[in-house]
Design a binder for this molecule. Structure first.
Ligand SMILES: [Zn+2]
Ligand SMILES: [Zn+2]
Length: 349
């Protein structure tokens, strides 16, 4: 009889449940089976549940976790059972057309955890065990000096923040404005100084999140209380921010981003867009604005782990709640409604 585990299944729009699932087994020589020791819920899970990201019904979900190697395929050379590992949201082969072109998130052989058959048909992360293809390429060891909580956000939201900053021109002393002080926006704030940011401005409407940003050194602006782009101009000698990172995915946030960037600056769009947005392309051309967007390439995990290990960045302040996997549906309810000043929930299988 197959071994069973608990895991979250997406049945259809607005419908998820915790089910008994088969424990995954090695399918290819480059696979590893990871026993998950800590997992969490991401804003992308909500987009998926609301139908803004297309995932086939009856798919396991969740894509942000850390764990311990349970078993490896015969070609895996970097890891052995018992090794603690950081799991990336996107797994990649390193060898296909897209990987060789430097776009591993579009890998033809890997996939995204918990995103159904259109993205590789992999298992989810909100469960007890997960099969990771191309383990040598995809996984990174967790240093002994770091806890699971220290590295829980490396494979997804910290990778996204790194990706947002790595792909726009940014120079020492630049002003970086972030629209959306949610978990991704706060990760961008954490990494921006590593990329050379001087002044960091956080724009958002939830006071608890703005307060978190202030505590970590940002100047906070609430667009409900003042004209955010005008305040950004005022803070930058009437020019605008050198770089704006958008982490919301609404037309309003998009507009604030474009109105806050200086001529010749860059806007990094990391929000997930539930609806089409009209883009002022001619204004961008006339003002030399660079736009960057895309699905995160999870190939900077080692660098991010190193930054945490040497104390340059930390994301532990995002952890506001802790609970057991058995209670994850309650966790989803809290996370969805942003109850109790929730930012991120550490969930233990
Ligand atoms: Zn995510
Ligand atoms: Zn590939």
């Amino acid at each position: 009889m197959k071994k069973k585990m608990k895991g979250v299944i997406f049945h259809g729009i607005g419908d998820i449940s915790l089910e008994d699932l088969d424990v995954p087994v090695i399918q290819h020589a480059s696979d590893a089976i990871v026993k998950i020791t800590l997992t969490t819920i991401c804003g992308s899970d909500l987009h998926l549940i609301h139908g803004q990201t297309v995932v086939d019904p009856e798919s396991p979900i969740g894509h942000e976790c850390v764990g311990v190697i349970e078993e490896v395929g015969k070609d895996v050379t970097t890891f052995k059972p018992g090794d603690r590992v950081v799991v990336p949201t996107f797994t990649y082969c390193g060898n296909c057309f897209y990987c060789k072109k430097g776009s591993p998130s579009q890998c033809e052989k890997g996939g995204i955890l918990g995103f159904g058959s259109i993205r590789g048909g992999l298992g989810g992360a909100q469960t007890e065990y997960v099969r990771i293809p191309f383990a040598d390429m995809s996984l990174v060891k967790t240093p002994d000096s770091l806890t699971d909580e220290d590295v829980l956000f490396v494979g997804d939201i910290l990778s996204t923040a790194y990706f947002a900053l790595e792909n726009v021109p940014i120079h020492p002393g630049d002003t970086v404005a972030i629209v959306g002080p949610g978990p991704v926006g706060l990760c961008v704030q954490e990494l921006a100084p590593v990329f050379g940011a001087g002044k960091i401005i956080m724009i958002g409407t939830r006071e608890f999140r703005l307060e978190m940003a202030r505590k970590r050194g940002a100047i906070a602006i609430n667009p409900k209380e003042e004209d955010a782009p005008a305040r950004v101009q005022e803070l930058t000698g009437e020019y605008g921010a050198d770089v704006v990172v958008e982490c919301v995915g609404t037309p309003e946030a998009f507009q604030i981003s474009f109105d806050s960037v200086r001529k010749g600056g860059a806007v990094s769009l990391m929000g997930m867009w539930g609806e089409p947005v009209s883009v002022p392309l001619n204004d961008m051309v006339m003002n030399n604005i660079t736009i960057f967007t895309g699905l995160v390439n999870c190939h900077r995990i080692q660098e991010i782990v190193d930054l945490i290990e040497c104390g340059r960045i930390s994301a532990n302040h995002l952890l506001t709640h802790r609970m057991k996997l058995d209670d994850i549906l309650e966790g989803y309810r809290i996370f969805e409604n942003k109850e109790d000043n929730v930012l991120k929930i550490a969930i233990t299988p």
